[in-house]
Design a protein around this ligand. Structure first.
Ligand code: FES
Ligand SMILES: [Fe+2]
Length: 353
């Protein structure tokens, strides 16, 4: 069990903490990787993203090795990209394979990044190619995609440090307030204690309500448990600098009070810093009921996006305040901050390492 009896501000990651390169991040949704070139800046590095002729997702340095022309503004040919400025061609490994005005190709090419497509996401390892280990990719929330229906969404760009977004995602106390008009959490939700545990460099947190009826607006209108007692458990997990997993689960109890298989949602968040003060934000919801209800998927996606818009709005305001205001300032802490404080300690120690 984690304890955070005292901590100094300098022990916590903040908007100025250096970014972490030796991790897998979500480079984009799988359907963003096509035979058209797309630019995305990740951890201050401009990448060009596309698929090769065999459908493999490719991520290369987006900067021509000759005079820095952006390759996403160039031409994707059979076998690679030809720079639009002076025509140098790179293969899918970033090696130079043609220089139109001379016979010999320089041996210096552009950097290639390791990618891995899993379900609706494409991951990229931002450290050295040789150090990439696919076993380090955070798991999807569900193992058998066929038993779950998923809805995905994204913010191509949002202003604000990914640390502020992680803190928001570790924070169950803002739900009834910032999301008062969208998620409409009842007051009882705020009063329920938050359980927090740290396991290595990860933090789990949740709270539980004894009666799910007050949360009904979150679920499919036809979901009905009759007179059965149903618990509502909501929480999340800070998994890695790139991932924060949330969930809202209904747990029916049988007559003896034993927990039955849960019904509900996993809400995964993928945070990909663009720079120290901006990110890309992808999300993924999986539910294990009303699997074929496409109208509901659309409605659920819109409801969730409306709520996340409020988080994105708040984080932009926080970032602007940090950058603009010159008051002497020291954050106060409240009990509910605990998961976020532990996450910030972890990220700070990773950055130090
Ligand atoms: S800048 Fe790309 S070939 Fe010259
Ligand atoms: Fe939120």
């Amino acid at each position: 069990m984690a304890t955070i009896k005292s901590y100094a501000a300098e022990d916590l990651a903040d908007i100025n903490t250096p970014l972490l390169y030796d991790y897998w991040y979500v480079a984009g949704l799988a359907d963003e990787f096509t035979r058209a070139l797309r630019e995305r800046t990740i951890l201050n590095r401009s990448l060009v993203l596309y698929r090769d002729e065999n459908g493999n997702p490719i991520a290369l340095q987006n900067r021509c090795a000759h005079r820095s022309f952006p390759l996403d503004q160039s031409t994707l040919e059979e076998g690679g990209i030809r720079c639009r400025y002076h025509g140098i061609k790179y293969n899918h490994d970033g090696k130079i394979i043609d220089v139109p005005c001379q016979d010999k190709c320089p041996r210096t090419g552009i950097k290639k990044y390791k990618t891995k497509e899993i379900g609706p996401l494409v991951w990229v390892w931002m450290g050295d190619y040789a150090d990439a280990d696919e076993a380090d990719i955070p798991e999807l929330p569900v193992h058998d995609m066929n038993k779950w229906t998923h809805v995905v969404g994204k913010y191509n760009y949002m202003e604000g440090s990914y640390i502020l977004l992680h803190e928001n995602l570790c924070d169950l106390s803002h739900l009834p307030f910032l999301h008062a008009s969208t998620f409409k959490f009842p007051k009882e939700y705020t009063a329920a204690p938050i359980r927090v545990e740290q396991h290595g460099n990860q933090v789990t947190f949740y709270r539980q309500l004894e009666d799910w009826n007050m949360l009904k607006p979150f679920f499919h209108p036809k979901l009905d448990f009759g007179n059965q007692k149903v618990l509502y458990k909501s929480g999340g997990k800070y998994v890695s600098p790139a991932t924060n997993k949330g969930y809202g689960l209904l747990i029916p109890l049988d007559e003896s009070g034993n927990e039955q298989p849960a019904v509900g949602h996993y809400v995964n968040h993928y945070l990909t810093p663009e720079s120290e003060r901006s990110c890309h934000y992808f999300w993924f919801i999986a539910r294990n009921y009303a699997l074929d209800d496409k109208d509901y998927s659309k409605k659920q996606g819109e409801m969730v996006q409306a709520g996340f818009d409020e988080d994105v709005y708040a984080i932009k305001l926080l970032q602007a305040m940090f950058e603009r205001d010159q008051h002497d300032y020291r954050e106060i802490g409240i009990k509910a901050d605990k998961p976020g404080v532990i996450m910030r300690k972890i990220v700070k120690s990773l950055a130090g390492a």
